[in-house]
Design a protein around this ligand. Sequence first.
Ligand code: AMP
Length: 408
Amino acid sequence: MRILVTNYRLAGTTVGMAKKSVLDLDASGKRVLVRCDFNVPLEGSRITDDRRITEALPTIERLRSQGAVVILASHLGRPKGVDPALSLAPVAARLSELLGVTVPLLVDSVGESTKATVLAAKPGDVLLLENVRFHPEEEANDPAFAKKLAELADVYVNDAFGTAHRAHASTEGVAHILPGYAGLLILKEIEHLGQAVGNPKRPFVAIMGGSKVKDKIALIDNLLPKVDSLLIGGGMTYTFLKAQGLEIGKSILDSSSLDYARKLLQEYPDKIHLATDVVASDAFSADANTKVVPVTEIPADQEGLDIGPETAARFADIIENAGTVLWNGPVGVFELKPFQAGTLSVAKAMAVATGKGAITIVGGGDSAAAVEIFGYADQMTHVSTGGGASLEFLEGKVLPGIAALQDA
Ligand code: AMP
C-alpha cells in the first residue's frame, strides 16, 4: 500500500510522495530493525501511560506472524550518555506482558554481544535494544552509528511517528543503508492527520490553544486558508485581544506577535473566533481567587487562565456541528483544577461531534494528555502519538523520518 508523505501547502495543493510500508513487505525469514517511539512517561520505573507501546503492537505482531526476527529500537527521554534512570527495561517488561513472550533488553545495543544474540534469534523472536540515545551518535545522526544499527538487520521499519520529525541515526540515517518501510502506526497517523488537512469533511473546525502565538504561526498559516472556523483559546487569546486594543491585565502576552495577530484578524474576520469571557485569576495556582469576566473587563492586576463558560458554550456549539475537528493545544491551564473547565468542554464537545459522525483529531502533546486525563481519548477518531511530529506535519513540513523511506 502507498502512503502519502503529505506536505499540504498554503495554496491547498498536495505535494506528496508515496512511500513503501510494511504492507508491501514480506518479512518471513528476515531480521527487521523497527524504530518505535517508546518514549513513555515514567514515575521511577513505573510506566504511567503505555499508549505508545500498545500503538506499536500491530506492526510488531504482523512482523512476528510473518516469521521475522524483530529488533526494536527506541529512545527514552534526554539522557546525557548512559543513564540507568532512562533504561528501556520497564518497556521490555511491559512488551513481554503484552506480547506474551519474553522480550530481552540488549544492553550494549550495537555491540558484539548484541550482534551474536540477533544472529542466534529465531523467527518470531522480539528483542529490544537499550535506549539509543545512550550513544551521542544517535542524535548526531552519525553515519558510522547508523551503519552499526543497520548491520543488525536486513530491512528497516520506521514506526516512531513521535520522533519522525527528527533526523537521527535510528530514525533517518539507517534508512539510507537498509531498505526502509513505514510501520502501521505511521501509516495510521499520516492517514488521519493527512485526511483532516487535505480532504476534510466540512465544516472543518480547528481549535488552537497553548501558551504562545509565535509557536503556532506556521500551523495557523497552513490551516487558516483551509478551515471554516478557527477557535482560539489558551494563552494565545490575550495577544489577539491586545491586538484589538483591549486591556489584558497580567495575562500572558506575546508582544512579538501583535502585528501578526492584527493582520490575521483583518484578513479572516469571519473565520477566527476569540473568547468573549475568561476566568481571571489573582495567581497562577490551584488555590487562587478566580472570577469569570467579559474580555472587556479583565482587571489590571489579574490574568486570564481559561476561557469562560459563555465562550466554552459557543465553541462547543461550533464543534458539535462540524464535519472535521482538529485540536491542538489546551484552551486553559488544564493542569490546575480551577482552569480545567474550558479544555474539558472542548473534549466533551468533540466526543459529541464524533457521535454525530464527525472526524475528530487530537494533535499530540498537551491536548492528547488532556483527553486522556478527562477520559475522552476513546471517543475521538484519532489521538496522535506525536507532539512535535504532529505539529510539524500539520504545519505542512516534510518529516525526515518518513521522507528517508523507500518510495513506492
Ligand atoms: P503549548 O506548549 O504552547 O502548547 O502550551 C501548553 C501550555 O499552555 C499548557 O501547559 C497550558 O497550561 C498553557 N496555557 C493554556 N492556557 C493558558 C493561559 N491562559 N495562560 C498561560 N498559559 C496557558
